[in-house]
Design a protein around this ligand. Structure first.
Ligand code: SF4
Length: 334
């Protein structure tokens, strides 16, 4: 099975069985130069998870979370957000667009306040999954897993594959990485078949997320570029990652305007993009369009993927928090 279809079906399977948030295709580089994109992330709920579902549904910027903006009390933007005034203003506008900060002009000054306290303990463990349906074509797999284990940003790292896993395969990946063999067709079939679809070949070993880690930025035959990352930087990166996952989820695929596309089910997910012409799930962003020989231009009824996510998970697209639709200061007059 192709990696895209494998990934969507695995996300649906996880969502049906795990509490918290499932998301896909998230950057996990702390220093921002490593370009590591994780396939799937499971964010386990922390004790304040419910409080997060009552806040705006999009990613709340880290700078807004860490700001000195109070609840119910207006603070000048430049006092609330450290750094140059232009940056403070950008942060405030972005957080106001999301609906987490209210932004107004009072007495000629831009001021902000939070719509609610931020629940710092809304997420628990972060579990990463790297998908490699065919271990015969590993690509960058070994590098990616070494990166994740050396950095220790995630509590657990797993490899998910359809291949039969040999001792030689296990020897090539770090010992801490858990390995699961997945029968993707059984996932797609759902019901009792899906219960047996994932076999744990090797359990993951929890990583040290609190201590310092090493980020592998680049690996070449003669040299490896690394950066040491302390525990505080990792803690901030974990929060940013959890927020991204909450805002993004895993239903980030599109439906093409083509008569061949249909909605396929997988567990409780009912709207995966299935192409009748190719007889498989398709990634519209990279596979669909007039260049495809099977393309048959047609106006597609695009599914409401946010509504499906809201029905299947605690994620709440319409929480009862005060939000302003106009957040840019230059649109306002006193
Ligand atoms: S554009 Fe091609 S791949 Fe995409 S749905 Fe149409 S026939 Fe299938």
């Amino acid at each position: 099975m192709r990696e895209f279809a494998f990934e969507l079906r695995l996300c649906g399977w996880l969502e049906d069985r795990e509490e918290g948030v499932v998301a896909r295709q998230l950057g996990t580089s702390v220093e921002g130069r490593g370009n590591r994109i994780l396939d799937v992330l499971l964010v386990r709920p922390g004790p304040e998870f419910d409080a997060r579902t009552r806040l705006p549904p999009g990613e709340i910027p880290l700078a807004a979370i860490e700001s000195d903006a109070g609840v119910g009390e207006w603070t000048p933007v430049t006092d609330a957000v450290p750094g140059p005034p232009e940056r403070a203003r950008r942060v405030a506008e972005r957080a106001a667009d999301v609906g987490y900060l209210e932004l107004e002009r009072k007495g000629g000054e831009a001021v902000v306040r939070r719509v609610a306290r931020y629940p710092g303990e809304w997420f628990g463990d972060l579990v990463g999954v790297e998908n490699k349906p065919d271990l015969g074509r590993p690509g960058d797999l070994a590098f990616q897993l070494r990166h994740d284990v050396a950095l220790g940003l995630l509590d657990e790292v797993w490899l998910a594959t359809e291949s039969y896993v040999t001792g030689a395969h296990l020897n090539r990946i770090p010992d801490a990485v858990g390995v699961a063999r997945v029968d993707a067709d059984a996932l797609a079939a759902g019901g009792e078949d899906a219960e047996e679809a994932v076999e744990v070949v090797r359990e993951a070993t929890p990583l040290d997320t609190a201590g310092a880690g090493v980020e592998v930025l680049d690996e070449r035959p003669t040299e490896t570029a690394i950066e040491t990352v302390d525990g505080a930087a990792k803690a901030r990166a974990r929060r940013r990652l959890a927020e991204r996952a909450y805002g993004k989820g895993w239903r980030t695929y599109g439906f093409p305007d083509c008569a061949e596309v249909e909605r396929a089910a997988s567990g409780s997910a009912s709207a995966l993009p299935y192409c009748a012409w190719k007889d498989r799930l398709v990634d519209a962003a990279s596979e669909c369009g007039p260049d495809c020989p099977g393309h048959d231009a047609s106006e597609t009824q695009h599914p409401d993927l946010d509504a499906e996510r809201a029905a299947a998970t605690p994620w709440n697209p319409t929480p009862a928090v005060r939000t302003r639709t106009q957040s840019r200061l230059d649109r306002w007059t006193e």
